[in-house]
Ligand binder design. Sequence first.
Ligand code: GLN
Length: 519
Amino acid sequence: MSTAAPSAEFLGHPKGLFVCFLTEMWERFAFYGMKALLLLYLVKHHGFNDGDGYLLLGTYAGLAYALPLLGGLLADRYLGMRKAVLFGGALLVAGQFGMAYTGSPAAEGGRDALAVQVMYASLALIAMGVGFLKPNISTIVGRLYAENDARRDSAFSIFYMGINVGAFLASVIVGYVGERLGWGYGFALGGVMMAAGLVQFVLGQKHLMGQAEPADPARLRAPLLAGLSLEWLIYLGALLGVVVVWQVLQTRIDFEPLNRLVGGHQVTLTELVAVVLGTALYAWFAVLMFSGIDRVARGKMLLLLVLTTVSALFWGLYEQTYGPWVALAERAMDRSTFGLEWTAGQTTAIGALCVIAMSPLFAWLWPRLDRAGLNPGYAAKFAAALMLCGLAFGVLAFACAHPGADGLVSLWWMILAYVVLVAGEMVLSPIGLAAVTALSLPRVVGTMMGAWFLFSAFGEMIAGRLATYAAIPPGAEGTVSAAQALAVYGPFFTQMMWIGLGAGLALLLATPLLNRLTR
Ligand code: GLN
């Protein structure tokens, strides 16, 4: 693909890989640091009730995974990846610093309305920033390698490691700074590190071997409307988009039958948009199926659609780690190990640490299973992922039913639950990315990748919605006791366990049928 003289290498890979690695690492540092703090910040600082906190967490993260569809498209057609990353990074830095304005804590008189609005606007900036940065930094990685370069898979493994190193550092450091030194300091730290990552990207962009440039630079520069170039119109359009997202984030659909259907917590506008987008995607897919593609390709695409759909349910369970799992850690857990007392937000670091520890194991395992003819197909792996997810909730449900003498759950149960959960992530997340590239019709692979992330977005929203069923109204003094928390979380986690196990079993039973699709 590249005709440029090969840029200097590092550890057997193009230097550009490490430029992307560090950029994405600090982007994820900002994103996951924010996520580790967000629920606690909403509930403890701005006085949100549990349900509203969970829903905002879900709609915000959902938008952050849905907007890459737009950011990827604009970069492909017009901007090129490098400019998109720079613009997205700038929005991210602005959003993180905006979050640092925390105003005054909620009191009898109500919430600090200005600070809450600044927060919604900042979340919108971050979601749009992720939309421009995340898909494009990943695309650049792919473009640093020729079509048949055998190093491509290991490049993505290294890149996925960067994602999780960023997530781990974020939970440990931002979790501590935000909860112990002040919320604003935690959010600002995310901004500072994202800015450092961006400076690093600017300095390192020469190593991208010209692979991230706009398709037609002259067209991008030429004045198009009111003396403004296409490039500036895209930036202005995106800022307008931020204003729209700012409003969408806080809009609820107050329609009584719908409210009753979802147990009283009003449906959000984001959820409604998600249903429309999902329907449109299936409709597009149906049309594609009948556009004269051959039987084998059709079978593969159908399998891919099933896998992508299933992934939304997986993430719908998995992403509750930033919701009810954090709430459990905050309200009813003995969070000390080895003489150190962790904050509730810091417990989210366990997941990223498990990914870092298990990735090499699975990278070693698949080729070996393959050679022995024992590598299970995609459908079986996804079924296993759902069941492991269910089991992880089972571990927590058991722990909630068996607190220690102090009435608190031991952190070790959560560590065990994360180990089981991340084993599930390992057979679904990297495998899913590979499945998109292997099963998709080549001419729609970009769209299918966008669809993969769109279903992650649906997963985030499903997680927020499911969590509302674990919402606990605060007692008279405004706090939730450990006993009260355990009485709600135990049965709730048991239900999540059955969803995971049930869906996994159903998929397992359908596996022979699904395998036949690709034959
Ligand atoms: N944890 C991975 C990331 O942050 C994948 C998340 C997802 O696809 N939902 O990039």
